[in-house]
Design a protein around this ligand. Structure first.
Ligand code: 5AD
Ligand code: SF4
Length: 462
């Protein structure tokens, strides 16, 4: 039997595979990459299929829908793989990570006793110890603490760009949330707001840029509430961090997500005016256009606060485009409340939006609220909202046709001779062009809008 101990005397074999399945938000994508980083020094390399993996990690999301049921059904599939590998004499450890692991804890092991490790979003730096314990004792290990130590201090320096979309990368700068919107499970699963120190963020950003990354998305559940300790001992805001990051010469693009309207202050808006690197595309969830519902949601802003922020952003950076999240069918939502959301959408004009039916999360205040909205009403409202949001998205993309825009090329396209890049507004842009442009930014004239992407031709010489 292969030992999984990190103190193993034999040199690590390059054939030990770890397969990570990632569900949910960009932070889960980042966390999955970090879990691979902590396992790399033990000789584990990522593999594409669970059948070839000694460790299978399911990194879960709890934000909506039947999160736990989805997890148990996927675990059922992984159990069969584990059993098939056992017949072949191969050991497999199954780890469940992320927000469902945090929320379900012990319960997960009761329902799926073949799971070996349950770990939360704040403990993945301890994964090597958990593996060693599970392998040594044959017993399941559960670690869903909110530890006092900063997991980031325990992560190895990442040696490869974490993003499959090189030259873009995610960088977590803040985690957790103190806002307690009444529908949301995040403050319970990710814990209290916590900002990484400025110096570690700058180091990670510089390392990524040295590896060829040109577009960094700063991540946080409440990213614009960032207040990390700076090298001067003071607390730095996101704006101040952005000005500092913009000094890294080869870093062409800086983004941040997800923001809260309450934390969209003047300094951050000014940074959009001053820093060309700060991309003119902002994800700013509004959730609803009804003040009554926003109050019930405990959002701490009104519809007109939101519209005012959008005006100020557009003054500072006229080409800025907005994306947002919406929830329909929040408990007590009337037709008039829903119409207020439609009016807000018409007033703002979104380039992109995600809209969801309200999904009760156990343990959150809204789940207990009276006047839960029937499913058919939620469905109808969602359809009406999505229709206008899709139209707005198409309108936004249409107006780029005929214009030249900078595109950062990220990968080969599906068709022969095609490469794909990202616009400043994150649309995928396809051109026919040479692969050596991957990693570089070039001007592209947009020739057509497809359903979710743009076609273009390269401007000037290659
Ligand atoms: N039901 C539906 N949507 C939700 N979101 C968060 N919690 C819920 C819920 N209980 C949505 C919000 C948030 C996005 C990440 O997911 O719109 O901004
Ligand atoms: Fe959830 Fe609200 Fe915090 Fe966003 S701000 S993570 S929606 S509680």
């Amino acid at each position: 039997m292969t030992t999984l101990s990190p103190q193993t005397a034999t040199p690590p074999s390059p054939t030990r595979g770890v397969h990570v399945i990632t569900w949910g938000c960009q932070m889960n994508v980042y966390d999955s990459a970090r879990m691979q980083d902590v396992l790399r020094p033990l000789g584990f390399t990522p593999v594409d299929t669970p059948e070839t993996a000694e460790i299978i990690i399911l990194n879960t999301c709890h934000i909506r829908d039947k999160a736990a049921e989805k997890v148990f059904s996927e675990l059922g599939r992984l159990r069969l793989i584990k059993e098939a590998r056992k017949i072949r004499g191969q050991q497999t450890l199954i780890a469940v990570a992320g927000c469902v692991a945090q929320a379900e804890g012990e319960e997960l092991l009761t329902r799926a006793p073949y799971v070996d490790i349950v770990l939360g979003p704040q403990t993945y730096h301890r994964l090597p110890d958990m593996l060693a314990n599970a392998a040594r004792t044959g017993k399941a290990v559960i670690d869903i603490d909110f530890p006092t130590e900063q997991k980031f201090d325990f992560l190895p320096q990442n040696e490869t760009p974490q993003s499959p979309n090189y030259p873009t990368a995610f960088l977590t700068i803040q985690e957790g949330c103190d806002k307690f919107c009444s529908f949301c499970v995040v403050p319970y699963t990710r814990g209290a707001e916590n900002s990484r120190p400025v110096s570690t963020i700058l180091e990670e950003a510089k390392r990524l840029v040295d590896l060829g990354v040109r577009d960094i998305s700063l991540l946080g559940q409440n990213v614009n509430a960032y207040h990390g300790v700076g090298p001067d001992g003071n607390l730095w805001s996101l704006a101040r961090l952005a000005y500092e990051l913009a000094k890294i010469p080869a870093l062409l693009r800086i983004r941040y997500t997800t923001s809260h309207p309450r934390d969209m202050d003047d300094t951050l808006i000014a940074a959009h005016r001053d820093l060309p690197q700060l991309m003119p595309f902002l994800h700013l969830p509004v959730q609803s256009g009804s003040d009554r519902i926003l109050r019930a949601m405990n959002r701490g802003h009104t519809a007109s606060n939101y519209i005012d922020i959008v005006h100020r952003l557009r003054e500072a950076r006229p080409d800025i485009a907005l994306s947002s999240d919406f929830i329909v069918g929040y408990p007590g939502e009337t037709d008039e409340d829903f119409n207020a959301t439609m009016r807000l959408v018409q007033k703002v004009g979104f380039a992109l939006a995600y809209s969801f039916k309200y999904s009760p999360r156990p343990g959150t205040p809204a789940a207990e609220a009276p006047l839960q909205i029937p499913e058919d009403i939620k469905n109808t409202r969602l359809q009406i909202l999505q229709k206008i949001l899709h139209e707005q998205q198409d309108t936004f993309n249409d107006q780029l046709v005929g214009h030249s825009i900078p595109v950062l090329f990220t990968s080969r396209g599906r068709k022969q001779g095609q490469i794909v890049g990202r616009s400043p507004w994150l649309q995928p842009v396809h051109i026919n062009g040479p692969e050596h442009l991957i990693g570089q930014e070039r001007l592209v004239r947009i020739t057509a809008r497809l359903s979710h992407s743009l076609d273009g031709i390269l401007e000037g010489n290659i």
